[in-house]
Write a protein that binds this ligand. Structure first.
Ligand SMILES: [Zn+2]
Length: 136
């Protein structure tokens, strides 16, 4: 058993240097990836085997924590934009049309302001106006 292992490692010896270099080099993408919350061992193996591929991959990995923070910031920004645009859209509408919608209205013949259909005196110019003849 021991001699088998010795022979195997002797055969490996020729490639040992390359293997060691790969293992050491593989630590770099592994360290980068694990710093971003990914599996260190997987990235170490990946890095040792395919350093050229693993390094740029590790570098472009997205940090989930950072991503969440960015998403939250974007959502807050979107909400802010939605709120302000909704507010600007509502502001002019609430002052005039909202009160008029509820009751039937007419136009004052004197000042041309919109007043309630039942009004006998215009609330803008205080002049008498005809009530809309509903009754016959
Ligand atoms: Zn009037």
């Amino acid at each position: 058993m021991n001699s088998n292992l010795a022979r195997a490692s002797l055969a490996l010896g020729e490639h040992m240097e390359i293997f060691l270099i790969a293992v050491v080099i593989g630590l770099l993408p592994a360290a980068i990836a694990s710093g971003k919350g990914h599996n260190f061992v997987l990235w170490w193996l990946f890095g040792a085997a395919l350093f050229i591929v693993a390094l740029p991959c590790a570098l472009i990995l997205k940090d989930p924590k950072k991503q969440a923070a960015e998403a939250a910031r974007d959502a807050a920004l979107a909400a802010l934009v939605a709120n302000t645009s909704a507010a600007t859209r509502q502001a002019p509408a609430s002052s005039e049309t909202a009160t008029v919608d509820a009751d039937p209205v007419k136009k004052c013949p004197w000042c041309a302001e919109t007043i309630k259909a039942e009004a006998k005196i215009c609330r803008f110019c205080d002049r008498e106006v005809e009530t809309l003849a509903h009754a016959d």
